[in-house]
Design a protein around this ligand. Structure first.
Ligand code: XMP
Length: 512
């Protein structure tokens, strides 16, 4: 039996981060909406429960509450920010709006902790915490004491040690709270009494067992793109139900150098049916004469579906369609009260042309770095597991203007050189996405004693947390210099290299 922490989501912006931090401590957790029913909560059998922050004030008419029965479960609870105020209020305390600006706290706040409290045991008594609240707890519920304070707030943390209830006004999950990780660890290990049994090795074993149980002797189909998520999903299924698994890898000819072969090689060791559809010509034909980026995307998407549909028909009905959906996709799609950030293509948009009975999503509860760790655990090579994001339309949106085979060859070679030089400089981990773009411009150059009139190639490298905004990477000049001179010398058709120094916004990561 695995130890589990239940995180009840009240719609705060850091809620995913809380889940990440708990898993960082080797404890399995799940984020569920605050409205989750008592039956489900009991069945979850948590070693501890965390209430997240949220945008509401507990006074709001529509303020979310929990079923009071949760306090009678005999399970320790940690309330964070709104979660802390909610617990105080529901247990008979009082929450009041801060009277003055000084009592409201936003940002880094020097805080004093009572280290006799189990939550703060072993910590320094003074350190900075990250606050963000306009209300404060003005009267403690019965059984509670204040166990941390700041200049403005006498109840920066509250506790009822006998029942194992703790509340913090600040956010221990954000990096600005200096001892936040230790506090969470104290809650998990000292209060909830977990031993820390969450590891990728144990997850792998239990995931394989549950896939085997669910699938039995039936058939599974997976569209393998070569991206991290679908590759790890394929490896996990291969390990679990290898001979019943069919993977379809559509090679649209818009991949980077050697990518198609690498994907095939990575799966050679499993006894699975792996179908590589060499559809390069079909895609090129569909792209002939097309220069508008959105039209390229549309045609590639349509052609992809057509190819997959044809393969699906040949295969006949399958029992399961597998997808590499990961946890952030699930959460972002509007679980809990958090605003819908984007509707990810993996969730909700199932292909309706494949004849299948059920969907299977074995990575549904994993974060991206956990997916990578699982991939390593399954023996996938580093080049697949650590792969940077690569857009579905592939090189078609990095060849500006019309896509032709000749341009693709040029771009692939130049891109490979750039990637090699980034890797050689040890920058692969520091830069989040980097690639070459073949522009439609030509420029005059001189090579040897002769005039050249060739293409301009752009190098793009960005640093970013979420790809919604990005900055251009400050790559050392020497690295750019080596990449540039190698490309001009080794790649025919390119005689000038430029480096893109545009942030997003106003630029985007890709050029098209
Ligand atoms: P942009 O160019 O929008 O890119 O700043 C942000 C991130 O999204 C990737 N990207 C795509 N991924 N299909 C995809 O699957 C697309 O059409 C697409 N366009 C951009 C881009 O590589 C970057 O990681």
């Amino acid at each position: 039996m695995q130890e589990k922490i239940l995180i009840l989501d009240f719609g705060g912006q850091y809620n995913q981060l809380i889940a990440r931090r708990v898993r960082d401590q080797h404890v399995y957790c799940e984020l569920k909406p605050y409205s989750t029913g008592m039956e489900e909560i009991r069945a979850f059998d948590a070693a501890g429960i965390i209430f997240t922050g949220g945008p509401n004030s507990v006074y709001d008419e529509s303020a979310p509450h929990v079923n009071p029965a949760i306090f009678a479960l005999g399970v320790p609870i940690l309330g964070i920010c709104y979660g802390c105020q909610l617990m105080a209020q529901q247990l008979g305390g009082q929450v009041s709006p801060a009277q003055s600006d000084t009592a409201r706290e936003y940002g880094k706040t020097p805080t004093h902790y009572d280290t006799a409290c189990r939550l703060f045991a072993g910590l320094a008594e003074e350190s900075v915490s990250w606050m963000s609240h306009g209300d404060y707890i003005s009267k403690l519920p019965d059984g509670f004491t204040a166990c941390a304070h700041s200049t403005a707030c006498p109840t920066a943390a509250i506790c009822d040690e006998a029942r194992g209830f703790y509340g913090v006004q600040f956010h221990p999950e954000v990096a600005h709270t200096e001892q936040g990780a230790e506090m969470l660890r104290n809650f998990l290990y000292n209060v909830c009494g977990v031993s820390g049994d969450w590891s990728m090795g144990s997850y792998k074993d239990s995931a394989i067992a549950s896939i085997r149980e669910k699938v039995g002797n039936r058939r599974v189909l997976l569209a393998l793109s070569g991206g991290v998520d679908s590759s790890v999903c394929a490896a996990l299924l291969a390990e679990a139900v290898g001979s019943q698994l069919t993977c379809v890898f559509v090679d649209h000819g818009l991949l980077r150098k050697d990518e198609g072969d690498e994907v095939m090689a990575a799966f050679a060791r499993w006894d699975i049916r792996l179908i590589r559809v060499n559809a390069q010509e079909r895609f090129l034909a569909r792209l002939a004469g097309v220069t508008e980026p959105e039209e390229k995307r549309k045609r590639i998407g349509e052609e992809f579906i057509r190819v997959f549909e044809e393969v699906g028909k040949q295969l006949g009905a399958v029992d399961f369609l597998a997808q590499g959906t990961i946890y952030p996709d699930v959460i972002e799609s509007g679980k809990g009260d958090a605003a819908v950030i984007k509707s990810h293509h993996n969730v909700g948009g199932l292909p309706d042309f494949v004849d299948f009975k059920e969907i299977i999503e074995p990575l549904r509860l994993l974060f991206k770095d956990e997916v990578r760790a699982l991939g390593r655990e399954l023996g996938l090579p580093d080049y697949l597991v650590n792969r940077q994001p690569f857009p579905g339309p592939g090189l078609a949106i990095r060849v500006l203007g019309e896509v032709t085979e000749e341009k693709l060859v040029t771009l692939r070679e130049a891109d490979a050189v750039f990637r090699e030089e980034i890797a050689r400089a040890g920058l692969s981990g520091a830069v989040n996405q980097y690639f070459a773009v073949l522009t439609d411009a030509r420029s005059v150059g001189v090579m040897g004693d002769g005039r050249t009139y060739d293409r301009v190639l752009a190098l793009r490298a960005v640093t970013t947390d979420d790809f919604m905004t990005a900055d251009w990477a400050r790559i050392p000049y020497e690295v750019l210099d080596r990449a540039s001179s190698r490309i001009v010398n080794e790649v025919s058709g390119v005689n000038r290299v430029v480096y893109d120094i545009t942030a997003k916004p106003p630029g985007t990561v890709e050029w098209e």
